[in-house]
Write a new protein. Structure first.
Length: 94
């Protein structure tokens, strides 16, 4: 089955969920007042989604893979800030 829309990609759906969680965590309390960290986390969440979409629009699997790698790198860059969830907000439970 060939995917014709980026919205069908599970990785994009997960990125959308992550961006939603980031916006929820950064909308209230102390996190909402830490403008630098809040904005950086929000931009990263949206950037992950954007890179997946841009890669999907490319003509080759090699280019798509490169954009997926970029999206993964952005997600990994968010890990150092994960401890702040305990300070600023509650961790989302599965």
């Amino acid at each position: 089955m060939k995917l014709t829309r980026f919205e069908e990609l599970e990785v994009w759906q997960k990125a959308r969920e992550l961006a939603h969680v980031v916006y929820q965590l950064t909308a209230h309390g102390q996190f909402s007042r830490d403008y630098g960290l809040r904005d950086q986390m929000r931009r990263a969440g949206v950037s992950i989604m954007a890179n997946i979409v841009e890669g999907f629009s490319r003509k080759s699997n090699k280019e798509f893979s490169q954009f997926l790698f970029i999206a993964k790198s952005i997600r990994l860059s968010m890990f150092p800030f994960e401890p702040f969830r305990g300070v600023y907000g509650k961790k989302k439970e599965n």
